[in-house]
Design a protein around this ligand. Structure first.
Ligand code: 13P
Ligand code: SF4
Length: 319
């Protein structure tokens, strides 16, 4: 603990000295989340992180999350330095959607509007007409559907199917999935619900539709969090990365949060819903990147300009 406090104090000083701000996702280490808040940074879902980084006056953004989040920050603020504690922090959706293959998929269906999830590389964003996050996906697709536009969607098939069902839009889906959310299991969740009939079930829409079907609330990490303090309930079953429980518990210390069951449970791991790439973010990594100016997200101006168009379109729409 003493060592951690020393590292935290050093990071606070480095942030000040480097005119830097810490932008963290709800899934990263709770100590990083607390430090971001204590130093005037942000903890949020991917949309909030992008907005915060773009609007903040700091010259350097330290993004604690996965690579697409660092890339989005850079795309929106090319004049800023964007550092990440670990540039190898990937995302299975991004990895499962190579830009050349996705581009060929789009080329084969030129009549369709291309809508991609934010969990993609800059190159995939550059091929898209729209970027969306889970918090605005339904609204944007509903808007496009109202204009009669058929859609290509990538990469998450579960989120795509959910949005298509909610909006009635014609959506051709790339078949990607998140290795964390894809593991939630409906049968076991039903069992847990039966044991806690009073509990409300919160599900991130990257989960399989059989799990989404059991939800009281479906939404982005921020929406799930919000429902825990707004809903009149004392117990919640949470189907998303368990990093979110830190903020949920902090906001509602007297409520009870249960992890939704995943495949591969064992005695030591009741629910295994932890993103291995989010877990690569540590206090030491933050200290290091601020000390050495390492882990910088770099991008050509051409790529950034092409990816910014659909990303900025989403931010303007969501305002
Ligand atoms: P949010 O947009 O809800 O933050 O989701 C990002 C993510 O990676 C979920 O797994
Ligand atoms: Fe990607 Fe899934 Fe990790 Fe989110 S939880 S960053 S979607 S692998």
């Amino acid at each position: 603990r003493a060592e951690r406090l020393v590292v935290e104090e050093n990071i606070k000083k480095l942030l000040k000295d480097n005119n830097a701000v810490l932008v963290a996702h709800y899934y990263v280490d709770p100590f990083i989340q607390d430090l971001a808040l204590a130093t005037g940074g942000c903890v949020g879902d991917s949309l909030e992180m992008a907005r915060f980084g773009q609007a903040h006056s700091a010259q350097t953004l330290v993004v604690a999350g996965v690579r697409f989040m660092g890339e989005s920050a850079k795309i929106l603020s090319m004049e800023k330095t964007v550092l990440m504690p670990d540039l190898e922090a990937e995302c299975s959706l991004d990895l499962g959607c190579p830009a050349d293959e996705f581009s060929a998929f789009c080329d084969a269906h030129p009549e369709r509007t291309v809508v991609v999830y934010a969990n993609t590389s800059a190159a995939v964003k550059a091929r898209a007409d729209w970027v969306v996050t889970s918090s605005v996906g339904i609204d944007i697709v509903r808007h496009l559907h109202a204009q009669g536009e058929p859609i290509i969607w990538g990469p998450d098939r579960h989120l795509g199917k959910y949005i298509a069902r909610e909006t009635g839009a014609d959506m051709l889906l790339w078949q990607g999935s998140c290795l964390v959310h894809n593991e939630f299991k409906a049968t076991e969740l039903l069992q847990l619900k039966a044991e806690h009939p009073e509990a409300k079930v919160l599900v991130h829409p990257e989960s399989p539709d059989s799990v989404v079907a059991l939800a009281d609330v479906v939404g982005s990490t921020s929406k799930l969090l919000q429902s825990t303090y707004e809903m009149d309930a004392d117990t919640f079953i949470v189907a998303t990365d368990l990093g979110i429980l830190h903020e949920m518990q902090k906001r509602s210390p007297n409520k009870r949060f249960l992890a939704a069951p995943t495949a591969g449970e064992s005695a030591s791991c009741k629910s295994c819903a932890f993103c291995p790439w989010m877990a690569m973010n540590g206090l030491k990594g933050i200290e290091q990147c601020l000390t050495n100016n390492s882990g910088e997200v770099l991008m050509t101006p051409e790529l950034a300009a092409a990816a910014r168009k659909p990303l900025q379109r989403m931010l303007d729409f969501a305002e």
